[in-house]
Every structure is written in C-alpha cells, then in structure tokens.
Design a protein around this ligand. Structure first.
Ligand code: LLP
Length: 441
C-alpha cells in the first residue's frame, strides 16, 4: 500500500486563536462548564488512530478478523486490532472502539465486564495476564471470549479444570517470552527473560503439547507483548520471528495449525522527549514475514490509540520560588496522572491560552499532594503562568485517569469526550461523599 493512501496526520488539540481546542471546542470553555482538573478526550482522534493502525497492518493480514473463537479458517485470516482496555476503560471510549469494529485486550474480570458493557462481541475479546483467577476464567468461558492468553503451566492446568467443570472448550494462545530487549522504562519492559510475563519458546511447546492432549483445551494462537512505549521496530520483529518459529514447530511437531499470531501492544507515541514508532514501516516488515502463511494477526494497542487523544487540564494555584527553583503549583498532580513520577513520563505541558505575558522560564510543575515525588513535569521551559491560568498536560489519554487514585482523599476528576463536534461529560467529578462510599465503619 502506498503511503499516500494512509490517513493524513492531524495534530490533536490544535491551537486556534491562541487557545487550545479539542475538535472545534475551546478547552477553556470546557473547563468553564466542568471545572478542573479535567480529562478531555478527542474521540475523532482516537478513531483516526485506529484507522492508521488498520492501514499500516492491512497488508500483513488482509481481510476482517475471523468472527469468533474456534472459528473455521477463512480464506483471508484477517487483522484484529484489539484495544488494550487498561489504557483507558472509559465506557464512552470503549463504545466508540466497539462500534468501529475493534476488539478488546483485557487483563481482568473487571475489564471483561467493561468490554461487554460497551458492546464488544465476546469473539473479539482476548484475555491476557499472569494471574487470572478461576472466577475470571469462568467468566471468560461463560461469555465465550475469543481466547485466553496463557502465561504458565499452572495457569494452563487451572484453565483445563475450569473448562472441565463448565463443560466448555477453552480457546487459548500461549504467551511467549521472546527474551528481547525492549528499550523503555524498566517497569514497562516485559519481553526479556527475567520478566514475569510469558514462558520460553521451549516451555511453550510443552504447553501446546499438553493442551493437545486435553479435549477442552484448544490452542488457536501464539502471543507476545514485549513492553510499552516502544519506538523501535526491531524488538517487535525479533519477537515476531520467535513466534513464527514456534508456530512452525507447533505445526510440524505437534500437528496443530494455529490461527493467529498476536504481536501485543506497546506502539510508542510522541511526547516531550521523542517522536513516535513508525507503524507503517513496522506494518510492512510484519507483512513481509507473514506473507504466505495462513496466520491471522492480532495487535493490542492501548497508548497508540488513546494516548495523544487525551489531555489533562489543570489550573495553576500558586507560583513559588524557593531553593533556586521555580515551582508552578497546580490543582492536578500524581493522583490524577502518575506517569511522570512513576515511569519518568515526559508529557508536554503547554498553556491553554497564550496570553503573551510571562517570559519563558525553567520550572517544575508540581501537584498539591504531600509527596516530594508529586510532579507533572520537571525542569521544563514554560511561559511563566499566572495563578488561575490553565495548563494542558498532553498525551494523557492513556494510563491517565485509569491510574488515578484517591490518595490524600482527593476526589477523582471528571472526564469529557468530544466527538463529532460535541462534548459530553462521560464521568462526573467525584464528590467528597464518594470518598467514603463503601466504608462500613
Ligand atoms: N497487551 C498487553 C498484554 C499489555 O500488558 C499491555 C500493556 C498492552 C497490550 C498495551 O500496551 P500499550 O499499547 O498501551 O503500550 N502504565 C504504564 C504502561 C503499562 C502497560 C501495561 N501493559 C505507563 O503509563 O506507561
């Protein structure tokens, strides 16, 4: 496919008339209505990113995904883009993806509940995670999800037991640990041998052999997920090569024809530090490796779909100069967005309204939480804002709200979705009463 056919890039949250917008709506107008801190999502951008990935990987696995678990092979094995729900499980966003025909990558019973509530067909849901409980397996089997991504020998036995108890077949893929180095923060690297995820190719082969012996275990795929916010294609391709070699052995040594290879998620996006993964180049390389094989492809993007489709808008409370530093104290911090302090995430921070005042200074943007590790940006050049000004923290659509907490007894923020030129409050701001809801003391 020529590059000209790909969806043209459109910068999310453009500045118009000096003010940041989401689609046609000014962020300060949204704040006027909904207050701060406020998460704002651009639904059109999220759907555009889905199209970008579909186009980039179209050649790798032509055609739509097979309709469900244990589906008979179609002529074209197809591509399934399974949105990684953990990145942002807001129902309104999930519904957009479900309606657009995406699948869902889940890691818990709770995510299965959210995905089903949003209308994802069970046949498009894949279930990963090293610690699935038997209850979660039951839930997945009863609802008929496409596949369980099994991560250990004991998990496989548990799945066999639950399948037998329910008398239902369990479609599965083994998650392989390809032992590749994926250059990203150590907390989000999952494809090296010492990670808790997946099993070595040799162990995987044994697990496929075990599954073949069990009447209710149905091996349908092979799976990897090597990390998050990866900007180089090489580690993905090395992981794919490991999967393909394994799929070959599973076929030749065990006589099992797998239906799909799942490359996982982890496609990196641009932030204040660096640009994004070239997904078109990756798609071309994946296509050349899959050519001539009757294997479908699943990818599990989270951040790539929603990361830059969301921002966190926060209000400046105070400016403070001490110890030779300038602190911009905002009403959002690690409780709303933990990525800067937990993963060294470097989100762009820009004023919502360019007012032409304050000269540019190097500042720390810090939150109100009583932790020295509570910051949104450090040593950042920023036009010095006045108290009351609004700041926009970009690339906050993934692993933002979903990792927000009530620490310091702070109510979690509201979420607004802009789609088709209209804004909808899709989660109301928490109230103080929400903080003690569920307490029985
Ligand atoms: N598939 C599996 C099995 C995963 O564990 C993950 C993410 C994904 C797909 C989606 O990865 P993505 O495309 O979003 O990179 N909280 C961290 C990221 C943790 C990622 C966990 N697994 C952060 O804020 O950087």
């Amino acid at each position: 496919m020529g590059e000209s056919l790909l969806t043209p890039a459109r910068p999310p949250f453009p500045r118009m008339g000096g003010v940041l917008h989401c689609g046609p709506l000014a962020l300060d107008d949204l704040v006027e209505e909904h207050g701060t801190p406020l998460y704002v999502y651009d639904g059109d951008r999220a759907l555009e990113r889905l199209r970008t990935l579909r186009e980039a990987f179209a050649e790798a696995a032509p055609g739509p995904p097979a309709p469900g678990p244990l589906a008979t092979r179609s002529a074209a094995p197809g591509l399934l883009v399974a949105y990684s729900v953990k990145a942002n499980p807001n129902l309104a966003l999930l519904r957009l993806f479900a309606r657009a025909g995406a699948g869902a990558d889940i890691v818990s019973g709770g995510e299965l509940y959210c995905a089903l509530s949003a209308g994802f067909p069970p046949g498009r849901i894949v279930f990963a995670g090293v610690g699935k409980t038997r209850d979660e397996m039951r839930y997945g089997l009863e609802t008929g999800i496409r596949s369980f991504h099994v991560e250990s020998a004991q998990e496989l036995e548990a799945l066999a037991e639950v399948a037998a108890e329910l008398g239902r077949p369990a479609p599965l893929a083994i998650r392989v640990n390809p032992d590749v180095d994926s250059p990203t923060h150590e907390f989000t690297r999952t494809g090296h041998a010492a990670a808790k995820f997946g099993v070595s190719p040799d162990v995987a082969l044994l697990l496929y052999a075990r599954a073949r012996e069990h009447p209710l275990l149905h091996p349908v795929g092979v799976d990897v997920h090597i990390g998050s916010q990866l900007r180089e294609g090489g580690p993905f391709l090395r992981a794919l090569d490991t999967m393909l070699a394994l799929a070959g052995r599973v076929g030749s040594e065990l006589g099992i024809d797998l239906q799909y290879a799942d490359l996982g998620g982890g496609f990196g996006i641009a932030d204040a530090e660096a640009g994004e993964l070239d997904v078109r180049a990756l798609g071309r390389e994946v296509a050349s490796r899959l050519r001539g094989r009757a294997l479908g492809l699943i990818i599990e993007p989270g951040r790539f779909l929603v990361g830059d489709a969301g921002v966190l808008v926060t209000r400046v409370l105070y400016l403070k100069r001490s110890g030779g530093k300038t602190f911009v104290v905002t009403d959002a911090g690690m409780t709303e967005l933990i990525r800067p302090s937990h993963y060294g995430g470097v989100h762009e921070v820009t004023p919502v309204r360019e007012d032409g005042h304050g000269g540019v200074e190097v500042v720390d943007v810090v939150g109100p939480v009583c932790e020295q590790g509570d910051f949104l940006a450090r040593e950042r050049r920023l036009p010095l804002p006045s108290p009351g000004a609004l700041l926009c923290v970009h690339q906050a659509g993934a692993y933002g709200f979903t990792m927000a907490s009530n620490y310091n007894s702070r109510p979690r923020p509201a979420e607004v979705l802009v789609h088709d030129g209209r804004a909808a409050l899709v989660r109301r701001r928490e109230r103080y009463s929400d903080l003690i809801r569920g307490e029985l003391g």
